[in-house]
Design a protein. Sequence first.
Length: 271
Amino acid sequence: MIDSHQHFWNYSAEEYGWIDESMAGLRRDFLPGDLLKAMQGAGVDRSIAVQARQSVEETAWLLKLAGENDFVAGVVGWAPLAADGLGDFLTEYGDAPKLVGLRHVVQGEAAGFLDGKAFNEGVVALDGTGLVYDVLIFERQLEEAIRFVDRHPRQSFVLDHVAKPRIAEGILEPWREQIRELGQRSNVVCKVSGMVTEAGSGWTEAMLWPYLDGVVEAFGVERLMVGSDWPVCLARCEYGQWWETVRHYFAGFSHEEREAIFGGTAAAVYL
């Protein structure tokens, strides 16, 4: 089993200003030893560490942690995709054994960011590197993301957190229609992750089911992977509770389908 999406950090208020009062319990360090204990309790074997800060130093730090901890199978880091320093980054880190992908926090950018010339040129430069690009957006950015993906048919993409739909409000459209459209692109895989954060503190399994139905319909079982979004998920549920929730939903799927969703697809895409 592979947790396809988790984070590490040494907490500081300056660098993690997005951790607000509703997530006050996350205002501390979260390091590999903490995650390993949680994984062992939930029956998870390996993980993919994903950037939480937008700096090359973050990528280097995550690669160091991955090198020191065998269970961290890969790192989705950050690189200056829209800047002149991308070539230097790829020269220094492009062949790092555990660097498997890159991500930019597009959800925090103004509308039209994914249409930007420099950023798209940076993604073109990933061609041939084997690096995946993780797409982190809100639902309202899905149309933009579809245009973005269509510019790069040779690039492998992973959609984080099912595009952050409005689960707390129970609003399915236009998310469901747009996620179905994005799912028609065979070079896009979707992470079943981050959902309890969008559902809010009073979340129930019943609130999540229509959105899980939506991504199964859009991507098919073969292009889904489960991630915890640890430690962010801890603001809404315990690590093991999240895995119990998704195991419950996928219980009626075949053994082969569950093997893909809970690890096989993540290994194929990232590793």
